[in-house]
Design a protein around this ligand. Structure first.
Ligand code: ADP
Length: 263
C-alpha cells in the first residue's frame, strides 16, 4: 500500500517533476529514527518561551518591581510567549492524535465549497493585518470528497494561513477549487500566493516536523514549524497528495489532489 506524499514541480510547468513516495513500512522506520530528534526539537521549542517567561518573572520581581510601564510591556511579551507555547502544544497534540489513527481512512462526505468559504472568512482579519486579500474561485454547486471535516479544515487553514503569512503584502491569495468530473474524483484545491517563493532545495523537506526555510522569518510570523507536517499526516490518511510549485521571486502554489486526480 502506498502512502502518498510530496511532489515538486516548477511553477512554469517545466520538465522536471519529482515525486517522493514513501511506502508505509519505510515511512514507519523513518518515523522511528526521527522520533528521538523530534522529542529533542519539541523540548527545545518549548524551552525557549519557558526560559523567556522565567526571565521576565525574575525581572518583574526585581529590577522592574516599581516600574509599571516596564511591567505592562513585559506582561505583553509574556502573554505572547504563553500563546506560542499553546500553539506548540496544540500542534503536538494534533500530530500525536493523527499518528494514532493513521491507518483509518475517513469516510464522511464533506463539501469543500462552504468549507473553504468558512476558512476564508475566519482568516480575513489576519489577511487584512498582513495586507493580503483572499480570493476564492469555486464552481457552482457542491464539491464532495470523502474525508474528516475537522481535519480538512486544519489542512486548508494551514495552507491558507501560510499563504497569508508568506505572501506579499498588497497582493492576493488565490484559492481555486476544481473537479475533473462529478464523481468526487479528481477534486483539487490550489492555494496560491505571490510571495518570495521557496528555493527548490527546501521543498522536499517542507513537511518535516519543525522544518523552516528561514528560522528568523518564520519565528516572527508565529509559526510552530509543525503546520505542514500536520497537513502531510492528514492528507496521507485521506489518500490525497500535496503538490508544491514554487518559483523564487514569484510565489508558491500548494495543490491538494484528492482521489485519482492529476495522473
Ligand atoms: P510554520 O509554522 O513555520 O509556518 P509550516 O510547517 O506551516 O510551519 O511551514 C514550514 C515552513 O515552510 C515555513 O516556516 C516557511 O519557511 C515555509 N513555507 C510554508 N508555506 C510557505 C509559502 N506559502 N511561501 C513561502 N514559504 C512557505
Amino acid at each position: 500500500r502506498i502512502a502518498p506524499m510530496v511532489e515538486i514541480a516548477d511553477m512554469k510547468g517545466g520538465s522536471e517533476l519529482y515525486m517522493l513516495t514513501f511506502r508505509d513500512q519505510s515511512e514507519s522506520r523513518r518515523m522511528d529514527r526521527m522520533r528521538s530528534d523530534f522529542i529533542a526539537n519539541a523540548s527545545h521549542e518549548l524551552r525557549t518561551p519557558l526560559a523567556s517567561l522565567s526571565g521576565f518573572i525574575e525581572t518583574m520581581r526585581g529590577p522592574a518591581k516599581d516600574d509599571p510601564e516596564a511591567r505592562e510591556r513585559f506582561l505583553g511579551i509574556m502573554f505572547e510567549q504563553a500563546g506560542r507555547m499553546t500553539r506548540l502544544v496544540d500542534d503536538l497534540l494534533s500530530l500525536s492524535r493523527l499518528e494514532l489513527k493513521a491507518h483509518m481512512v475517513p469516510t464522511d462526505e464533506v463539501d469543500l465549497v462552504p468549507l473553504i468559504d468558512h476558512i476564508s472568512d475566519s482568516l480575513r482579519p489576519l489577511a487584512a493585518d498582513l495586507g493580503v486579500t483572499i480570493r476564492t474561485n469555486a464552481p457552482e454547486g457542491p464539491l464532495i470528497v470523502a474525508g474528516d471535516r475537522d481535519e480538512l479544515i486544519q489542512v486548508f487553514e494551514n495552507l491558507m494561513e501560510n499563504a497569508c503569512k508568506y505572501g506579499r503584502s498588497g497582493k492576493t491569495i488565490d484559492v481555486t477549487l476544481s473537479a475533473a468530473d462529478g464523481t468526487g474524483k479528481g477534486v483539487e484545491v490550489s492555494v496560491k500566493d505571490y510571495g518570495p517563493g521557496i528555493p527548490r532545495e527546501h521543498v522536499p523537506r517542507l513537511t518535516e516536523r519543525f522544518y523552516r526555510v528561514s528560522v528568523e522569518a518564520s519565528r516572527s510570523k508565529k509559526g510552530t514549524g509543525l503546520g505542514l507536517a500536520i497537513v502531510k499526516h492528514i492528507l496521507t490518511r485521506h489518500r490525497a497528495r500535496l503538490v508544491v510549485h514554487s518559483t523564487v521571486g514569484e510565489g508558491s502554489e500548494f495543490i491538494v489532489k484528492f482521489g485519482n486526480s492529476g495522473r
